[in-house]
Write a new protein. Structure first.
Length: 450
């Protein structure tokens, strides 16, 4: 195993972060920047090699420059836990995927087993992953105890502290958001608070592990359901051919209560796509069947098919006899603001799946962050910025709210193959200007001129 050397070594001041995804890597470099000696660990050797070669497997604002600086100082990542007695804190930041509405604990179990094999008296284990309520106490701690021969509480400390950062702005939010903490006992909570105080402005201390586990599930399920309401409202506006965004902005203007989100072509990403199901699963384990999490998910999961239906309504109305229809999809990441390269559960992928079922539709793709080779792997021909986005396209669909899409030069729409459709699902472009251009049709979520 490679030896680890760092200028930031200090006795009893080492942290091992297991799982180097969007949560773990951003936390690891933040802790390192605060003066901690940090080991980053991920079982995926490709991920580890990429980070060590300054090629992280995802985009995060400010991450790469920070890695360049820290690697000059000695920061390094590994695919196994280094044997180092100076490690006193282990942070688990692996994912908990959902399969058939049921959480999968494989990565969590493996992480707990590996930590248990090296756990010492006095060590601290912090679970950062989003998990069903009761997982820390009933699943993780028994594995740690069995593999270490030690007892949680008297021999080692355990805490749960949910991650709540937004992808694309995680490095900033780690230093601005309060950290929610609960420990198996007071010592566990105090040790975790002392660690997080190196970067967080505030700690919110809860009494039970289960309370902290529930916080993340509450945050994400509430957000997902709010978005679902906006999307359901857009579907209602569609039957009246009304501009949903215009109505939402009017409802929110100078109204201090209950800000309503604008609709979207779907709600993707790793967290909001699964956490409502984890909350529902948690309640079901105790005999209560929650209704709203699944309702919200069903609305949001149906939006890509609705988007596809709007595209096909235009093509079937105006280009039924056209041999090859050229459709440009703008935005492949699951969101555009703040920007990210993450395509997990992106609504764009669902729209692509529907479109690829039509052999006479030629799909073009663009994203300001996702690389062209990744776009090509998903069956779309990458296109450059500017005029190339519009030239000879029969339909353009804006799928993310990346701020740069607001800056598309509208005069280039005249390069489209008429009649043409601008499907502006985030209402990024000036509708009033577009609808007055001959041969152009406009649609957003609710209103269209198709």
């Amino acid at each position: 195993m490679n030896s680890f050397r760092t200028k930031k070594s200090a006795p009893n001041n080492s942290v091992c972060v297991l799982g180097l995804g969007y949560v773990g890597l951003t936390l690891a470099v933040t802790l390192y920047e605060c003066g901690k000696r940090v080991y980053g660990v991920d079982i995926n050797r490709t991920v580890v090699d990429g980070i060590n070669n300054l090629q992280p497997h995802f985009y995060e604002k400010g991450l790469r420059p920070l890695l360049e600086k820290q690697q000059r100082e000695g920061f390094e990542c590994f695919d196994t836990i280094p044997r180092d007695d100076l490690i006193t804190t282990y942070i688990i930041a692996v994912g908990t995927p959902v399969l058939n509405y049921t959480p999968v604990f494989r990565d969590l179990e493996n992480s707990a087993r590996h930590i248990g094999a090296v756990l010492k008296r006095g060590d601290l284990v912090i679970l950062r992953s989003t998990v069903p309520v009761g997982t820390t106490r009933d699943f993780v701690i028994p594995i740690l105890e069995k593999c270490s021969g030690l007892t949680a509480g008297p021999d080692f400390s355990v805490a749960f502290a949910p991650e709540r950062t937004v992808e694309g702005d995680a490095l900033q939010e780690l230093r601005t958001l309060p950290q929610v903490i609960a420990g198996i006992d007071k010592r566990s909570a105090t040790l975790t608070q002392a660690l997080f105080e190196h970067f967080a402005p505030q700690s919110i201390m809860l009494d039970f592990l289960e309370e902290a586990e529930m916080v993340k599930l509450l945050n994400n399920t509430f957000r997902d359901f709010n978005f679902a309401f906006a999307n359901e409202f857009a579907r209602a506006c569609d039957v009246f051919n009304l501009d949903t965004n215009k109505i939402v902005h009017a409802a929110n203007e100078a109204y201090t209560r209950d800000k309503i989100p604008v609709p979207s072509p779907g709600v993707g990403g790793y967290c909001l796509s699964k956490d409502p199901y984890i909350l529902q699963y948690s309640a079901r384990q105790r005999g209560y069947e929650m209704k709203l999490p699944a309702v919200g998910r069903s609305v949001n999961e149906a939006m890509p098919e609705y988007v596809y239906g709007q595209i096909m309504k235009f093509l079937n109305t105006h280009h039924k006899e056209t041999a090859v229809k050229h459709v440009a999809i703008l935005g492949f990441a699951f969101k555009g603001k703040p920007p990210t390269s993450d395509m997990r559960f992106s609504p764009t992928l669902d729209v692509l799946k529907f479109l690829k079922g039509n052999p006479n539709i030629h799909i073009h793709g663009h994203d300001f962050v996702v690389a062209d080779d990744v776009i090509a792997k998903h069956g779309a021909k990458p296109i450059a910025d500017g005029k190339a986005i519009f030239k000879d396209k029969h339909a353009i669909v804006i799928m993310t709210n990346h701020p740069e899409y607001k800056n598309l030069e509208i005069e280039h729409v005249r390069e489209m193959a008429k009649p043409a459709l601008i499907f502006d699902t985030w209402s990024m472009l000036p509708k009033e200007e577009i609808v007055n251009i001959k041969g152009l049709h406009y649609s957003n979520l609710g209103y269209d001129t198709i």
